[in-house]
Design a protein around this ligand. Sequence first.
Ligand code: BF8
Length: 619
Amino acid sequence: AKVEERTIDETAKPLIRLALEEGIETAWDRYEQQQPPCRYCASGLSCNRCAMGPCRIIPERQRFRGVCGADADLVVARNLLDMIATGAAAHSDHGREIVETLYKAARGEAVGYGITDPEKLRRIAEEYRIETGDRDDSAVAGDVALAMLEEFGTVKNAIQFVQRAPPQTLDLWEAAGITPRSVDREIVEAMHRVHMGVGADYANVLLQGLRASLGDGWGGSLMATETSDILFGTPQVNMSRVNLAVLKDDRVNIALHGHNPVLSEMIVRAAAEPAMLELAEEAGSAGINLVGLCCTGNELLMRKGIPQAGNHLNQELIIATGALEVMIVDYQCIFPSLPRTASCFHTHIVSTSPKSKVPGSLYYPFYPESALETAREIVSLAIANFPNRDPGKVLIPGEPVEAMTGFSVEAIGHLFGGFKPVIDAIAEGSILGAAGVVGCNNPKVRQDEGHVTLTKELIRRGILVVETGCAAIASGKAGLLRPEAADLAAPGLANVCRTFGIPPVLHMGSCVDCSRILVLAAGLGRELGVGIHQLPIAGAAPEWYSQKAVSIGSYFVASGVFTVLGVMPKIAGSGNVADLLTRGLNGLVHASFAVEPDPVRAADLIEAHIRKKRNGLGI
Ligand code: BF8
């Protein structure tokens, strides 16, 4: 396949070319090897859950039911519920680890971790009705962490952060029976319903998907975001750089890949220690260069301005630069084949989570109790590997692109002086509306093209874009996170951007930080006195691939946000499921999904939706 068909990332192209020439396998090659896909699997019509199967529903051969009797609707719905539950579990288990770290930090058991944003800690404590007064931060933090941990279980049956949604949205959830009771409970119940002989009605099965996803968005993910802010600081607007050219040929390069900032924050601290810098110089380098990948990269970019090397499909290419000493991974979105890729070079892959031991990697288990010590060991490993780099193999293409990031809800509120000025700008029409563009790369879509084309179309039409995850990285690489990108926006939006010195695309963080988008939407809704479903906003995931993205899309829609997917989910085998997701849900949560691979047409759908909502509000 041609390089140009694989990506629009200019720094990726020379490395894809190199990989093709040298026979270094990438996800694009594996994708091509998998073609053509089984069309029953692709449309959600295969079921491999129990030992009476595997079954495939093949209507044209009169195979209408699996051995258990499940029809096409049920097979498709169960498969989808499984995806949502998996995604919700991934986000929420990550969230739980951070809350546990806060708990351990409060008790003095997590060496090196502390409270970085005490003001936010106290704000959240009050939300949980935990006494603050003159109690010290650790005591308050311990109580907050415990209260959150209880919301993962089954006794309390309520999630405090859910109450942040506007009353109109809460009422819709109550009426639909999808208010999440606890984070884990909804995921476990989803898995229960997926078992043969439980979930039998496709619509009923899918409603549990919405409930589990709400437990993710307003529960597990939001707890991940808020406790990460308490521990590591709430992001503030800052400038950094993005793309594969952030690697430096004279430094020890360490890439941080994965999702949980509990790990990466300690690596940052260890790498800044004078003893490490001395070691790095002794090894013949000019210092240590930390770079991020995927969502761990976003966490570091948002809080620390650490350069971001790339998104999902860049993870193999960064190894192909020949300039990477160590890639540290924790979990999620990590190709299990990375050590194979690294075996062509001197790069070490270091896995750190007992949940994700990668064969062929060096395993340095990472626990909050001993994190700083482990971080030092890994940084030392990288330094010791620097002399093994073969300068003849180094290819760091192009130049990094500047990017403005750090748009937490707090930073946005601070910048604009509250939500009211944003609403005023929307009401008077200088901003038409807002759209969240989120999610992954997927080799089914030319890398970054879906994100970048859609984002450009939206800002050109006066729609402010907020982004997270790999979508935000794509925009960073394309220069859309620079304040100068205001030149590409409609005049009204461009004016607002220039007044505040910001780009028309706001980087709000990692994928768990899609919860920040919910909080922003809730804040706008409350300010206006309406439900989220009445706001002139929309969501999009142009290049999604992961189960986490399915959960995000589901909680966006369940929260009242019309959401356009650029990649078809595996639901085409059931007209009823497809109809429920794209139309029927409107009757329940006043929002639905759409699928539109063409980013310009996706922008048309979003603009039309936003105009309709503006009319509804009489603006
Ligand atoms: O959580 S956007 S490819 S890195 S799943 Fe993964 Fe998708 Fe990237 Fe982060 Ni999100």
